[in-house]
Design a protein around this ligand. Structure first.
Ligand code: MG
Length: 203
């Protein structure tokens, strides 16, 4: 099982990070050991002093594929949820400055939290899905898939030029603006439309 993540996929988040708009999807990966399933405790990692949440829509691959055309990409996933791409922002900034890979900041144990998956139904308009993150009951992030720079289908087509996609692989599709710090004791709740699919306390 592979976990793909997309960086810089919402213009408002690109702006808050002071980055440039990407010309093609920015892709990085997390190992299987990064996965935190719903209802599992999350422990603040000891190597960082600036842990950030990034709430993202996550899709689950349901069919093996390679060189997938964008127009056929919707046949390759059948479930979505919301997840948190946990980021050690202090470490990431140090690595970015030196032009080094991001893994220590992005791909550590338990850095990929995912909620309960829901099936994609024909009635769902994948270009207009709302998701949000609450921290201690206050809304801190709001996203809509219509605001993605690269759509889910465009992302899968792009990834599949480089990596085979296999059943069960997950794709974090990027975070909207509002990323921020979380501390021990914070409770994060991620919503897909009106449904809370992920609830996690930082321990
Ligand atoms: Mg992210």
């Amino acid at each position: 099982m592979k976990i793909f993540c997309i960086g810089r996929n919402y213009a408002d988040h690109v702006k808050e990070m002071g980055s440039d708009l990407p010309e093609e999807p920015v892709v990085f990966m997390k190992p299987k050991s990064a996965l935190v399933q719903a209802h599992t405790p999350f422990y603040y990692p000891e190597f960082t002093n600036e842990l950030h949440y990034e709430c993202e829509l996550v899709v689950r691959i349901s069919k093996n594929g390679k060189y997938i055309q964008e127009k056929h990409a919707s046949n390759y996933y059948n479930a979505i949820t919301v997840g948190i791409d946990f980021t050690a922002r202090d470490i990431q900034n140090q690595l970015k400055e030196k032009g080094l890979p991001w893994e220590k900041a992005k791909s550590f144990d338990n850095s990929a939290a995912v909620g309960t998956f829901v099936d994609i139904t024909p009635a769902m308009n994948k270009k207009n899905i709302n998701f949000s993150l609450l921290k201690n009951k206050e809304v801190v992030q709001k996203g809509n898939t219509g605001k993605m720079i690269f759509s889910i289908d465009a992302i899968l087509a792009n990834i599949s030029n480089y990596f085979s996609l296999n059943i069960g692989d997950l794709v974090f599709t990027g975070t909207p603006a509002g990323v921020g710090e979380c501390l021990v004791g914070d409770v994060l709740e991620a919503y897909l439309e009106k449904d809370c699919l992920l609830n996690l306390e930082i321990k």
